[in-house]
Write a protein that binds this ligand. Sequence first.
Ligand code: PRP
Length: 209
Amino acid sequence: MTNVIELHHPLAKHHLAILRSVQTTPTLFRNQVRLLSMLLAVRATEDLTLSTIEVQTPLAITRGGRLAQKIAIVPILRAGLGLVEPVLELLPSAEVWHLGMYRDETTAQPVEYYSKLPATDPAHVGFVLDPMLATGGSIRAAVSALKKWGVRDVRILSVIAAPEGIEAITSEHPDVTIYVGAIDQELNEHKFIVPGLGDAGDRIFNTSR
Ligand code: PRP
C-alpha cells in the first residue's frame, strides 16, 4: 500500500508504547499525542512546495525556503484537537477548520454535528487530524468534505489505525495518503481498535468513565 505510511522510527515506537499504557495519566497521554503528532507531521510534510527567498544573516545574504502552498489543518472533534497545536507549531501559517463528528455507539456510524468548511477558495493541501482510525467512517466523511471544498491534496494524520479502516479509506479515496503511527491487529466486536489505546478523546480530556 504505497499511500499508507506507517512510522517505523524508534522514537515513534517508544512514545506509542507509553501512549498505549493503561497507567498513562491524561497529562502524559496529551504529551505523547503531541510528540507523535510532530513525528507524523514531519513525515507528512516532506514533499511540500517551497518558494525561494533571500535571507540576510549576520554575515551574508543567503537563499532560504518558504512554504508556498495554502495549507489547511482539519481536526475531527473532539480527539483531533490533541493534534492541532503540535502540527500548527510546525505549520504556523496554516488555516484550521474544525469538523465535529462522533461515532454512534450502537451503529458505529459517524454523526456530524459541526462543519464550517468554506465553499470556495480551497487550500492546496489539507491535513485531516484524528488520533484514531477505527472503521474509518469519521475520516472518510472528513475526506469527502475536504474534497467537496475543492482540496486536491488530502493527507490523513492518525496515531493508531485498524486494517479495516485503512482498507475502507484506501478503496474509497485511493488518491489520499494516510500517515499513521501504528497499524494494529483488528477491530473487536464493539469496533474498538485492538490492542489500541482505549478511547483517545476520553483519555485526552479525562472523561473516561
Ligand atoms: C473516535 C475517534 C475517531 C472515531 C474513530 O471519536 O476519535 O473520531 O471515533 O472511529 P471510526 O474510524 O470508526 O469512525 P469518538 O466518536 O469517540 O468522539 P470523540 O473524539 O468526541 O471522543
